[in-house]
Design a protein. Sequence first.
Length: 271
Amino acid sequence: MHQGPSRRFVRWGVALAGAVLAATAQAQAACKTLLASGNPQYPPYLWRDPDHDTRLIGAIAELAEWLGNELGVTIDLRYVGNWARVQEETRAGRVDMIAGAFFTLPRTEYMDYAMLPFRETRSVIIQREGATFPYQRWEDLVSRKGLTVINNSFGQAFDRFANESLSLAKVSSLDQALQMLERGRADYLVYEDSPAEAYIARLGLRSLRLMPTPVAQEQLYVTVSHRSPCNTPELRGALTRAMFKLRQNKLMNGFVDRGVQLWKEQERKGL
């Protein structure tokens, strides 16, 4: 017997619904593990484990483990390359989550920010002893030759000012930038204070000094790639609730304290 158009449409609709349900179930199963990464030169927050090249350790690693328990998933925090590469992988959807990013408008084009930040950081000017200059405001940098790390942000306002008014060369890593500054290849370096201090101590660069007046004070966020199959309203809501709990209980302070101690222990051992 010949089937009418309406019956064929019903069968197609049932088949399509079945396919959607199957794909949804498959995505939900896959999302029991989220691949995360972050800036691998970012102590005491994050750095590569000297015993396991693909593993990241530090305060943010402890945050990721806690966050995974709160969300009921495994967050696989892994080294995928330098900070610029991490952002590229997140843009492509090959990394689901970044653990630790400042807010900038360009980044919202490829990832969603959890509503609440987990830490405020200070970015500062670093100079070489014997070649210092007075720094109190951004305009003091205009006639100077500066350095920073590729794809690093210091907040929307400073980023715009730097693009429009500063001579700011960008290199691939923090240790490279610090060594270039120490050799007199630039007048200053702009970076966050805690990671800079940690690397200055480890590299033995005793001639470098951090200026007391900050360039910016910015918040760190957890983000989720737009292209991640795990980026759902449910996940974003759960992230917001977890971030609220983290802040309410002031858990990040303990994570950071233990990150500082771990970095110092490794430094004493020469790792």
